[in-house]
Design a protein around this ligand. Sequence first.
Ligand code: ATP
Ligand code: MG
Length: 183
Amino acid sequence: MYIKQLEVDNFKSFANKVDIPLLKGFTTISGPNGSGKSNIIDSVLFALGLSTSRTLRAEKLFHLISTHTKRNEAFVKVTFGETGEEHEGKDFTVGRKIRKSSQGYISIYYLNDKVVTLSEIHALLEKYNITPNSYNVMMQGDVTSITNCSSNERRKIIDEIAGIADFDRRIDQATQELETVEK
Ligand code: ATP
Ligand code: MG
């Protein structure tokens, strides 16, 4: 499975709706500093609900709405393509919209253009080993911080990648539940 295309509308520096095609294999996006390259990866994390607003390089979620327009919503849609002939035509899309409101913002997730919950998106992505805690996305500076971090921190990262950390979390949860039952 691979990301085939991104549709980015009124998100950060992308004021106008743009379709960004990603070719099979390796795609490089180049441009001057501050031209919006990292905003593209932010748009993927945003649409897939994979991170908090902090790792998205925005203090508040509604800071993701482009300041170049007066529209008060941002939308991103990620099209996934399956690899292999047997999967021909089995593309699916995951999208998210945020709209600024008087109480803050509202966030709506879409699977194939139908409204779904974030848990439904996460359940689907988990089948492809894409989870909020895993290292599916390498952000700018990640490589440097991994080489510079302590051996304990590096061990945590390896545990996450290997999937062990997930089991550790489940063990912790089960232990807590047992303690509650004991009480
Ligand atoms: P570098 O090469 O330095 O890593 P980059 O191409 O990755 O740069 P980005 O970090 O993706 O650049 O984009 C930064 C730009 O995005 C800044 O010019 C900033 O003003 C703009 N930007 C961020 N949030 C918004 C927003 N909500 N509305 C409009 N523009 C925004
Ligand atoms: Mg960048």
